[in-house]
Design a binder for this molecule. Sequence first.
Ligand SMILES: NC(=O)c1ccc[n+]([C@@H]2O[C@H](COP(=O)([O-])OP(=O)(O)OC[C@H]3O[C@@H](n4cnc5c(N)ncnc54)[C@H](OP(=O)(O)O)[C@@H]3O)[C@@H](O)[C@H]2O)c1
Length: 295
Amino acid sequence: MGKKSGTIAVFGATGQQGGAVVDALLDHKARVRALVRDPQSDRAQALTARGIELAAARTDDPASLAAALAAVEGFYFMTPEANSLEEVEAEIRIGTALVDAAAEAGVPHVVFNSVFGADRERGVPHHDSKHAIEEYLRKSGLRASMVRATAFMENFASVLAPCLEHGEIVLRMPLPEDAALKMISIRDIGRVAAALLLDIAEAPGGAVELVGDELTGPQIASAFGARAGLPARYEALPLSVLPTDLDRVMFREFANAAEHPGDLAVVRSIEPAALDLVEWIRAIGWTAPTNVAGS
Ligand SMILES: NC(=O)c1ccc[n+]([C@@H]2O[C@H](COP(=O)([O-])OP(=O)(O)OC[C@H]3O[C@@H](n4cnc5c(N)ncnc54)[C@H](OP(=O)(O)O)[C@@H]3O)[C@@H](O)[C@H]2O)c1
């Protein structure tokens, strides 16, 4: 399988996942064109400083999208986060506009960064949106590969960060104790997507579920506790702690999905250095929080 040498277009390059795709493409010395809403933004300018070409493109302006995709060898896109049903509709509009533009420009290979379980509808609105975009992309006749991200490990450094209480690491999530959460580092999302874009690897059956580890709440808590050299405990919270209906149905689905183990070997066959949670904790230099009650 030959490695590509032409330009790869990236939508979402100023964001987390698209940013990781850019990092990985640059590691392979690929030529990258970033589709951005505002070429003057600090994050867009930071891309030019790394030798990346910018193309101004708006998802509500089909001509700007098709022009931005002219003469590229591959195209990566993700869709922005949706926190309401209105935003879910907007997400689908953005995804289908990007597919239409790729078809118009005759892009040879499109990689869509969706979500685990997007092979079918599951009743989670901001996941079913990605299923709808996958279907639309499939029907476009374009050569397409899906990378289906599971929960970002980075959530454990932000919204799901464990805390320190009375000398103990405590992790709380709205997930039953015995349910295993599938997860992946954002770095590895980028590495797998880049390998597909550059034809270094192929997605078996046209899709890869991006899973680098799969652990229950108590196992995740233990991993952080071991790193801190402290005892650890997990507390399962009710779904009612979540701020939106969308999040509540998503976490209910996480618990259901726990019955279907992911295939970690597929990701490792494409990215042998894919991180498990313990490696990710070490890689980010995680240390126990210090400023909490009782410690
Ligand atoms: N959090 C998780 O654990 C998790 C797991 C799996 C999947 N996901 C999915 O991942 C996606 C979010 O990915 P991310 O975290 O990489 O995104 P992000 O960091 O928020 O980046 C969003 C990117 O989209 C660009 N963009 C273009 N048009 C936009 C618009 N109309 N509205 C908002 N952004 C626009 C932004 O560019 P500019 O702002 O520079 O224009 C930016 O580059 C969501 O679809 C979410 O469902 C999340």
